[in-house]
Design a protein around this ligand. Structure first.
Ligand code: PLP
Length: 427
C-alpha cells in the first residue's frame, strides 16, 4: 500500500498533517483477527470502536449484505419505503424500552444525537414554550458535529476553540458513585440545584447511561439514572439517553438503561447497530413526543438526510439484530466480564497503573501518565494485538465472540505495556 501517500494526503481521526502518526495497513479481517499487509495477524481488542460485536466478516452479516446488494443498495426514503427498514424498525422497537414507538433512521451516531436534540427543541416549540437549553454531564461524549459537540464535555472537546459558534449549554458534574460501589445521594445535588433554578429554560437532559465512553471511560451508579429520571418527570423535562456506545449488550444488559430500570423519552443507537459493517444509527422516541413534535407549526419533524434508511445498512443491521435475538451475547458478555474481573486486578500492581474497571465486555486501565502513542501502539502490534489507548486510558471492548485465549493475549500484552516506562509520557 502507498503508505507515504496516506501519510501525506489523508486525514485519519484527530490527526495532524504536521506530525502524522504511523497507520498500520489492514488487508482483511475475519472473526477477532485483523490481517495486516505484511502478514501479521492482530487480535482485535477494540471492536473497531464498539461496533464489530459479532466479529469481522461474519457469514450471516456478509450474506445479508450480498443478498441486499443484488436487490438494491440504496433508494431514497422520501415517499418510498422498503422491507429492510420495516424489519429493522420492528426489531429495534421490540428490543428497546416499551414506551418507544417511533424510529428515525439516521446516518451516524453524531447525526442521531443531532436528531434527538432537534426533536426535543421541536417538542417544546410545538408546546409553545421557549426552551433551548440542554443539560449534560461533564466527561460525556456525544459526537463531533456542532450540536453534539455542544453537549460533550466542555474541557475535553475544547469548547474554547469554537467559542462564539457553539451553542452554550449547561453542564453538571458527573456522578462520583461508581457502578458496583456505594451510592452517595449527594451525587444528584448539582443537577437538582440546576433544575430548581433553570427548569423552564431546559428542553432536555442528554447523557450516556451508566458508561461514559470517549469522555473518560467512567462507569457510574444506576441510582443516578433513577434520580435523573425522577427529576425529569418532576419538571417535565425530556430525557435523551445516548446508547450509541452501550447499546446491544456491551454492558451486560441489552441497553444500559436496564441497569436502572428506567425509560428514556428519546434513545440514540448507532455503532454496533450494523455489527460494525457500515454506518447507520437510529433515534427512537415515544408516540407522545413524536405526535407533539409533528403537531406544531412545522407540521412534521424537520430532518431527512439523503441516505436515510439506506437499505444495505438496514439489511445488515437486521442480520446483526437477529444474532442478538438469539441471546448468545448474554453468556459471551458474561464470560468476558468474568475473565476480565479475574485477570485485571493484578494489573494494579504495575507501576504505571492508577485504576482498573470492568463492566460487561469493557475493561479499562487508567494509567498514572498519558501514553506515548507511537511507542505503545507499535508495542501492541508487535505483541499481536490491536489496542488503541487515548490519554491515560488503555481500554478494551473486544468482539463478543472473543475466546479466552484471545482475551488472555490482550491482557498479557497490556500487562507488559503498562510495566514499561517507555510507553508513557513522564516529565
Ligand atoms: C461514538 C459516539 C457518538 C458519535 O457517533 P459517530 O458515529 O462517531 O458519529 C455519539 N455518542 C456516543 C456515546 C458515542 O460513543
Amino acid at each position: 500500500m502507498d503508505l507515504e501517500f496516506d501519510r501525506q494526503h489523508i486525514w485519519h481521526p484527530y490527526t495532524s498533517t504536521l506530525s502524522p502518526l504511523t497507520c498500520y495497513p489492514v488487508v482483511s479481517a475475519k472473526g477477532v483477527h485483523l490481517h495486516l499487509e505484511d502478514g501479521t495477524t492482530l487480535v482485535d481488542g477494540m471492536s473497531s470502536w464498539w461496533s464489530t460485536i459479532h466479529g469481522y466478516n461474519h457469514p450471516a452479516l456478509t450474506h445479508a449484505a450480498k443478498d441486499q446488494l443484488d436487490k438494491m443498495s440504496h433508494v431514497m426514503f422520501g415517499g418510498l419505503t422498503h422491507q429492510p427498514a420495516i424489519e429493522l424498525s420492528k426489531k429495534l422497537l421490540a428490543m428497546a424500552p416499551n414506551n418507544l414507538e417511533q424510529v428515525f433512521l439516521a446516518d451516524s451516531g453524531s447525526v442521531a444525537v443531532e436528531v434527538s436534540l432537534k426533536m426535543a427543541l421541536q417538542y417544546w416549540h410545538s408546546k409553545g414554550e421557549r426552551r433551548s437549553k440542554f443539560v449534560s454531564l461533564r466527561h460525556g461524549y456525544h459526537g463531533d458535529t456542532f450540536a453534539a459537540m455542544s453537549v460533550t464535555d466542555p474541557d475535553n472537546s475544547m469548547h474554547s476553540l469554537y467559542k462564539g459558534f457553539l451553542p452554550e449549554h449547561l453542564f453538571v458534574d458527573s456522578p462520583s458513585s461508581v457502578f458496583g460501589g456505594e451510592w452517595d445521594p449527594s451525587d444528584i445535588d448539582p443537577l437538582k440545584a440546576l433544575l430548581a433554578e433553570r427548569n423552564s429554560d431546559i428542553a432536555a437532559i442528554i447523557l450516556e447511561p451508566i458508561v461514559q465512553g470517549a469522555g473518560g471511560m467512567r462507569f457510574y451508579h444506576p441510582n443516578y439514572l433513577k434520580e435523573v429520571r425522577a427529576l425529569c418527570d418532576r419538571y417535565s423535562i425530556l430525557l435523551i439517553c445516548d446508547e450509541i456506545a452501550t447499546g446491544f449488550g456491551r454492558t451486560g444488559k441489552l441497553f444500559a438503561v436496564e441497569h436502572a430500570d428506567i425509560k428514556p423519552d428519546i434513545l440514540c443507537v448507532g455503532k454496533a447497530l450494523t455489527g460494525g459493517y457500515m454506518t447507520l444509527s437510529a433515534t427512537l422516541t415515544s408516540k407522545q413526543v413524536a405526535d407533539i413534535v409533528c403537531g406544531g407549526e412545522a407540521g412534521c419533524f424537520m430532518h431527512g438526510p439523503t441516505f436515510m434508511g439506506n437499505p444495505l445498512a438496514c439489511a445488515v443491521a437486521c442480520a446483526s439484530l437477529e444474532l442478538i435475538e438469539s441471546g448468545q451475547w448474554q453468556s459471551q458478555v458474561r464470560d468476558i466480564e468474568q475473565f476480565l474481573k479475574q485477570k485485571m486486578p493484578a494489573l494494579l500492581e504495575c507501576e504505571y497503573v492508577h485504576d482498573i474497571r470492568v463492566l460487561g465486555a469493557i475493561g479499562v486501565i487508567e494509567a498514572t501518565h498519558p501514553v506515548a502513542m507511537e511507542s505503545i501502539q507499535a508495542f501492541f502490534v508487535k505483541q499481536g494485538v490491536w489496542v488503541r489507548p487515548f490519554g491515560k486510558l488503555i481500554y478494551i471492548m473486544p468482539p463478543y465472540i472473543s475466546s479466552e485465549s484471545d482475551l488472555r493475549l490482550l491482557i498479557e500484552a497490556i500487562e507488559k505495556a503498562v510495566s514499561n516506562k517507555q510507553h508513557f509520557v513522564i516529565n
